[in-house]
Design a protein around this ligand. Structure first.
Ligand code: NAP
Length: 289
């Protein structure tokens, strides 16, 4: 096989995916989300590329997110089979395996901003940077209405990426370092996920990864402010712990929320990708939760 027809490898395909934000770019790069090299001509006359199996897997998994547009909010949680995201002491180190960690870092690289709740910033002290794959660091957003996250956390001190510290009325955070901006919201209503989403988009942060924890992701889900949810289930039972998704739910099984889903295997874990809102608008998830 000549070099010109060699299938594209995973690293080169990931580099292409990082730059794709629209169908025309995907076509120009010769990438399709079904991972198939396709017929002789791709869309817009661009021939589809031949991809290695690993590269085809990446395109299939991430191209839909790349093509989801400039405003998309997606969440991730890694949970046990019985629905917990950490033990009862808050230990989440680690619920899911190495492949899911790589997947999480890829999601960060495809986001303008990565957002966590105060509980996660306190318990995990996450850095929220992209380290397990190539790609840019998103802006880090900490939702901290009471200003209870210690100033010593990595996101406030490491200078690795810009951080937006979102606090509530009356909170006077300690002096913050370079790269940390305090956004003081006027009241509790301004923390409504839909309003947060709009406020971030107004700052050019339209593609947002909500990285936990359970309370924060559940609030976005209940508010209908999530477009996509990546839920990785590890084959482990915790019996008790920090709950993942929580919402009032339905007394009637046939009214349960069953969004379109794609599944894939990540090592020992299973990733469920739930499409909560079809691009261009679809049924309002908030009606079902
Ligand atoms: N396995 C995983 O994927 C994963 C991911 C992340 C975290 N975790 C684990 O999950 C635990 C933390 O999760 P958690 O569910 O307890 O807490 P969390 O979601 O990290 O934080 C919840 C807190 O964030 C603030 N907050 C979030 N959304 C808000 C909104 N829309 N409006 C106002 N305030 C908002 C509130 O702070 P106040 O309470 O100060 O008002 C809220 O109580 C830790 O043990 C962590 O290790 C696991």
């Amino acid at each position: 096989m000549s070099a010109a027809t060699d299938p594209l490898g995973a690293a080169a395909t990931w580099a292409l995916l990082l730059g794709i934000r629209g169908a025309a770019q995907a076509a120009a790069a010769g990438l399709r989300s079904d991972g198939d090299a396709g017929g002789p001509d791709g869309p817009d006359g661009h021939p589809p590329r031949a991809l290695s199996p690993a590269a085809a897997e990446l395109a299939e998994r991430y191209l839909p997110l790349c093509l989801a547009g400039p405003r998309v909010v997606f969440a991730q949680l890694g949970q046990s089979l019985d629905g917990f995201i950490a033990t009862r002491t808050g230990d989440a180190d680690y619920v899911t395996g190495e492949e899911d960690r790589r997947h999480l870092h890829r999601l960060r690289a495809l986001a303008d901003a990565v957002l966590v709740g105060a509980g996660t910033a306190v318990a995990d002290d996450p850095r929220l940077t992209v380290r397990a794959c190539a790609g840019p660091d998103p802006v880090r957003v900490v939702l901290d209405p009471q200003g209870r996250v210690p100033r010593t956390r990595w996101v406030f001190t490491d200078g690795a990426a810009p951080t937006l510290w979102v606090v509530g009325p009356g909170v006077v955070p300690e002096r913050v370092g370079d790269g940390v901006e305090v956004l003081a919201l006027p009241d509790r209503d301004a923390f409504a996920p839909g309003r947060l989403r709009a406020a971030l988009a107004a700052r050019g942060l339209g593609r947002v990864l909500v990285e936990g924890g359970g309370v924060t992701v559940s609030r976005f889900l209940r508010a209908g402010a999530l477009d996509r949810l990546y839920l990785t289930v590890a084959p482990v039972l915790l019996g008790d712990g920090v709950p993942g998704l929580r919402f009032p739910g339905t007394p009637v099984m046939r009214r349960a929320l069953r969004p379109p889903v794609r599944r894939c295997v990540l090592g020992e874990d299973t990733l469920f990708e739930l499409e909560l809102r079809a691009p261009g608008g679809g049924p309002d998830v908030a009606d079902a939760v």
